[in-house]
Design a protein around this ligand. Structure first.
Ligand code: DX5
Ligand code: ZN
Length: 245
């Protein structure tokens, strides 16, 4: 059964700061802000959940002071619990935690909501999507990792497409399911189009966007190509996320 209340949400492009030049971070953030991208994606890595370390709340605070857009904070951390408040205070709009943390998820969802933020739940490529199912009515965004997390610039894993399709089927079949489907990792223009065809509406892209001299043109191009793909699939574009904001 198709859920009559849910149409495909509007397209959101979220450049991932990990691919920016950290030697001139404020300029890079302003470049994102001026590009027309709706979100900026901020990857937090703890050197334990993933084999890499990125940055902490103070950098997020710098981003917050340089732009007013939506800050999408992706916690690739083993102990997100102790980090929620610091990132909320730093200006996060949404905090995403990983379903691989199993027993912690119920409490984390409550705490993120309690801080007045949107909730994201991420799932790694080897993890079964069934693990996220019971949380879907309580989250704002399902982040489907399309690479194994930890590093930017990795190639997209094509097997993740079936996961996006399944998530989209679940979203369309249950009235309470109004979450976004976000993809993250190896998202080039071509991969964004494929993911959109499978049901994704929110596109994190680091290397492919920051690798272009003209970030605004790259964002515009990605959005236009995705919209064309959705038109071909005759999917109506309605902004369910804005309505819940
Ligand atoms: C990977 C991160 C991604 C990364 C994406 O662990 O979660 O957000 O920054 O970067 P690209 O687009 O370069 O794969
Ligand atoms: Zn990420």
């Amino acid at each position: 059964m198709t859920n009559p209340l849910i149409s495909t949400p509007s397209i959101i492009i979220a450049p991932s700061l990990l691919a920016a030049n950290f030697g001139r971070i404020e300029k890079e953030v302003k470049r994102v802000s001026a590009s027309g991208a709706e979100w900026i994606h901020l990857d937090i890595m703890d050197g334990h959940f993933v084999p890499n370390i990125s940055f902490g709340p103070s950098v997020v605070q710098t981003v917050r002071s340089a732009m007013s857009g939506f800050l999408d904070v992706h916690l690739m951390c083993s102990k997100p619990d102790i980090l929620l408040k610091p990132f909320a205070d730093a200006g996060a709009d949404q905090i995403t935690v990983h379903v691989e943390l199993n027993d912690m998820i119920d409490g984390l969802i409550w705490k993120i909501k309690d801080l007045g933020l949107k909730v994201g739940l991420a799932v790694n490529p080897p993890t079964s999507l069934t693990l996220v199912r019971r949380f879907l009515s309580r989250i704002d965004t399902l982040l489907i990792m399309t690479v194994n997390p930890g590093f930017g610039g990795q190639p997209f894993i094509p097997e993740t497409i079936t996961k996006i399709q399944l998530a989209n089927r679940w979203r369309n079949s249950v009235p309470d399911n109004v979450f976004r489907i976000e993809v993250d990792g190896g998202i080039t223009l071509q991969r964004a189009i494929e993911c959109a065809g499978a049901g994704a509406d929110t596109f994190v892209s680091g290397t492919a966007l920051f690798g272009q001299r003209n970030l605004s043109a790259a964002v515009r191009n990605m959005r236009r190509s995705i919209a064309n793909k959705l038109k071909q699939c005759s999917k109506p574009v309605v902004d369910t996320f804005a309505a819940s904001n």
